[in-house]
Design a protein around this ligand. Sequence first.
Ligand code: PLP
Length: 360
Amino acid sequence: MRPVAVDAMLPYLTERYANPSGSHRFAREARRAVDEARDQIAEILGVAPGEVVFTSCGTESDNTVLVNAPGRVVCPAAEHHAVLHPVEAHPDGVVVGTDATGQVDLDRLSDACTPDTAVVSVMAVNNEVGTITDLAAVAAVVRERAPGALLHTDAVQAACWLDLREVAPLVDAMSFSGHKFGGPKGCGVLTVREGVAVPPLISGGGQERERRSGTHNVAGIVAFAAALAETDATRAAERERLTGLRDRLVDGISAQLDGVHETVPRDRKVAGSAHLCFEGIENEALLFLLDQADVCASAASACASGAMEPSHVLAAMGVDRSLAGGALRLSLGSTTTSADVDRAVDVVVDGVAHLRRTAP
Ligand code: PLP
């Protein structure tokens, strides 16, 4: 976590540990902290404070707009499972194809959007390969073909890279998760445009104006705001710094090995993402070697079992199955240094070369 987020959170786990729904003075103090965090978050996300709904995670935010949608729901095949699974489980859920970069195919999206479509959900940034969606183009299609639909974007991976004030006017709802920008895990936000009805996924005490019941995670909310504020203030400089480091990482590896494929062109993706496919290796074996050398990486998205499953994102992009088996996803962020990158280059190059030498 970002130190500012830890510092912001600690008092609400200790001496300011009150429930903001109460009426005594300590409750009012907690309430004020939630309100201030809401104001700060709203400004950074480009929405009104009343449009911010606190949730328990990005998955809950995504599920909330999709699970009880009263009509057709549509999403692209490269979405995170937090979107994909509810769409697949919906009685009128439609999954549409993507192009070779993982970007939704606009013709197929247009065909899937009918006048009775309730929700279209298209992610702002892909979590696995880093592709940035052209949300203006998506919005143009959806507004024309399904004017009554709610347009939602899973912006969980966007906060570090995109100015959300430019994203907000294009869509009706956005999902966020604190742990993607140095805030706490288990703390999410769903924004919902004023006047747009989204039935609650969780009902009970009526918090968040009946949109999401449950006692507020005050410490998490305050820390979410602090981490988001620092992310927003440093975004432009970090984007530039990390573009340089990502290029050094990918170029360093590619210069020393043959058979390396950059999955998505760099000008189509965020700075913090390096996604490569190596010919002739199994990524499970590579991840083992990297882990032994203290380089922590993943192949697809992190899933609960830790089991390696073929990537649905690479399948949607049409990446050949054997090449997808050699996929490696390296992420860079606010704590990444040039020394980290140099070490990662050495370890990845050694690991791939070793596996190729010893392959049966
Ligand atoms: N959406 C995307 C694009 C993600 O990358 C993630 C997490 O990796 C989620 C949703 C789920 O967020 P959370 O872990 O907060 O439930």
